[in-house]
Design a protein around this ligand. Structure first.
Ligand code: DAT
Ligand code: MG
Length: 174
């Protein structure tokens, strides 16, 4: 099977609960390679673009507030973003993450062990992982610039003062 890439986000609740070490250790079981990593303060634009497939859902506002860390206090308004690469990366990471709804996730999975549903009905599920190849490419290009990835993932264009991804797929209306 061809090498794949997948975006992983440790969400503000994961940072607040000091789960970074546990989660990275768990993900290291996959033997995948980390090819990008950074801490990001998520603004409204990035939140909307990341969750563009859910803009019409009743829980969208709360979901946006969650990924921006608005419900976790000022010092937790950040996420840890990582790109993992290797064979079957998407499925391997999603299996360790567990189901979207933390109450339905296997109890030994990351979401099953550490997630919860808030009183406002948001699935606070600690970690994001890309679901498909198309999603992974869109998300990696949204969160990372080419020079922040240690390998050549997708075609780039170089202008006088910038390196950009050749194509991107963030078509959400802001
Ligand atoms: P996943 O994160 O497993 O890929 P998704 O892309 O369908 O799932 O949804 C993105 C996030 O939105 C998910 O991690 C938590 C939240 N979410 C999804 N469905 C929800 C629901 N029915 N109620 C509350 N939050 C939900
Ligand atoms: Mg998803």
């Amino acid at each position: 099977m061809k090498k794949q890439q997948t975006l992983v986000l440790i969400k503000p609740d994961g940072l607040k609960k000091s789960l970074t070490g546990n989660i990275l250790t768990k993900l290291s079981e996959t033997r995948l390679r980390i090819v990008g990593a950074k801490v990001v303060c998520v603004n409204e634009e990035l939140a909307k673009k990341h969750y563009q497939h859910l803009t019409d859902k009743p829980f969208f506002e709360e979901l946006k507030n969650y990924i921006m860390g608005k419900i976790h206090g000022k010092e937790y308004q950040r996420v840890l973003a990582l790109v993992y690469q290797g064979e079957n990366a998407i499925t391997k990471v999603r299996e360790l993450a567990g189901a979207t709804n933390p109450e339905e996730a296997v109890s030994t999975s990351i979401r099953g062990a550490y997630g919860r549903i808030t009183t406002k009905g948001v699935y606070e599920n600690v970690i994001h992982t890309s679901g498909t190849l198309t999603e992974a490419e869109r998300e990696i290009k949204l969160w990372f610039r080419p020079e922040e990835i240690t390998t050549n993932l997708y075609p780039i264009v170089k202008t006088k003062d910038k390196i950009k991804w050749e194509t991107s797929y963030d078509n959400v209306k802001l």
